[in-house]
Design a protein around this ligand. Sequence first.
Ligand SMILES: Cc1cc2nc3c(=O)[nH]c(=O)nc-3n(C[C@H](O)[C@H](O)[C@H](O)COP(=O)(O)O)c2cc1C
Length: 331
Amino acid sequence: MWAYLESGAREGVTRDEAHDAWRSVRLWPRVLHGEDAPDARTSVLGTPVRTPVGVAPTSLQRVAHPDGELAMAAGAAAAGAVHVVSSNAGHLLDEIGAAARAVDPAAVWWLQAYLPPDREQAAPVLRAAAAAGARAVALTVDTPFPGTKYEPAEEDWEGIDLSWHRINFTDPAAYRHHRGLRPEDLAWIRETCGLPVVVKGVLRPDDARRCVEAGAAAVWVSNHGGRQLDRVVSTATALPQVVAAVGAEAEVYVDGGVRSGIDVLTALGLGARAVLVGRPALHALASDGAAGVAGLLDTLTEELLEALELAGCGSLQGARTVVAPPDLCSP
Ligand SMILES: Cc1cc2nc3c(=O)[nH]c(=O)nc-3n(C[C@H](O)[C@H](O)[C@H](O)COP(=O)(O)O)c2cc1C
């Protein structure tokens, strides 16, 4: 299952470039500004969180740890981080919501959704998420079908209980991805469950505008961790144009290859409001369950605060002033 968690689409070009794209951006620290020590607290969609780092949705978490999404929820709640639950989760949404609330009644989690051709199949899941305490729905738009990956091999799935990843659907076998998503689907989700919609998987400024015009509360720059179309642009490269196109009309988030607090600082500096991690959260879950996840998020947040202060920023907002212009980015 390691191969499943790590895999990228096709030759893995996009997956492999993701982290280096953050590393290639240069910082431009400020001095003599008399700034206080920064604080990581912020909000997402108006809800307070203790860190701008969150957990991206990943399917099949029970292959990483027997407590799967329950442990991921508890770990994220302990760190005060937003947790986005994959619709391909292995625990029921109300159990996941309860696991988060047991750690912190103010824990923030969202449901990630794919929409099947027959929308009504998704409606019960969306309503169950709202009833279980989800604060938003992240609609993944980069996955008309799962992109081809060369690993893992068919036989590696032997012994894995795949019913785990469809436990929240009434008719799992009939549930499929949908090729023809449209801006109107955002309004349908809002009307169906009453939650704001975040659009996950946007790389282009023109599409980001279409999301905002269709009523998206946030646009999430992502290439699915390089698991859909190989050789697409890295998220670090795509982010600035999306931020410019969205302006103050919606929040912008980003994921892909974020592996350190300095990566997080860079993403905030390029205009993201929140920064999410996929594979690192799975690694943390596999190594030490909820404690591992909380430890990962706390470490990324501490690294972010150290980097912010060394960059001369007294707040998260200050990050916007310390990314060097492109002509200073090559050594
Ligand atoms: C094993 C795995 C499963 C994933 N499953 C989903 C999913 O169910 N829904 C979704 O929107 N994104 C899914 N993603 C993509 C992540 O949400 C995220 O975009 C990506 O992992 C970020 O890159 P990173 O792993 O480099 O942090 C998955 C990623 C991985 C690695």
